[in-house]
Write a protein of this length. Structure first.
Length: 177
């Protein structure tokens, strides 16, 4: 089954790219990736039987794609809840946190709220992974790809499958002293 997930993961960017269809294809691909990442990541056991929470901090770049995903699927055997957060003060209690490019100026504050916690932070802005976001999307030849800050992922307490690490481009946190 894991091999099938890797094949499916690899096929997604090739099957639909932002240049191959309507303008809303890229947000759908990114929403799908968010869900697929969870197949390759283990969160620490916490006894919480509540919903699996995906949050977006900043303006919603996904249209209705995340809401449809939450309605149609479960993650880790739990129902999915999507929350839309206005700013850094609302960050906390999510399993996956997508940080929009509009909150670039608040990135340090957001990462301070998630650092050393089992929160999968994801973005799609140049430099986010090097700044400490765990996974960051980028476009390459019209296809959605991703980079992973493996050091920050390990520090978060999340267990990231080596298969996912092989699929992404590995980056390290920039020293900003």
């Amino acid at each position: 089954m894991a091999a099938q997930l890797v094949v499916a993961f690899l096929a997604a960017p090739a099957a639909a790219t932002p240049t191959s269809g309507p303008a809303d294809v890229e947000p759908q691909i990114k929403a799908e990736f968010l869900e697929r990442f969870t197949h390759f990541i283990d969160w620490p056991q916490g006894g919480d039987a509540g919903p699996f929470v995906i949050a977006v901090v900043g303006p919603n770049p996904f249209g209705g794609a995340l809401d449809r995903l939450a309605r149609d699927r479960t993650i880790k055997g739990r129902r999915v809840v999507v929350r839309y957060l206005a700013g850094p003060a609302e960050v906390g209690g999510q399993h996956v946190l997508f940080i929009t490019r509009e909150l670039r100026g608040a990135l340090k504050e957001i990462l301070a709220r998630t650092r050393d916690r089992p929160v999968l932070t994801v973005g799609d802005t140049d430099g986010f992974a090097r700044a400490g976001v765990l996974i960051n999307f980028y476009l390459e030849r019209g296809a959605v790809r991703f980079e992973i800050n493996a050091g920050e992922a390990k520090r978060s307490g999340l267990r990231v499958s080596p298969k996912l690490l092989r699929l992404g481009r590995i980056v390290t946190t920039e020293d900003r002293r």
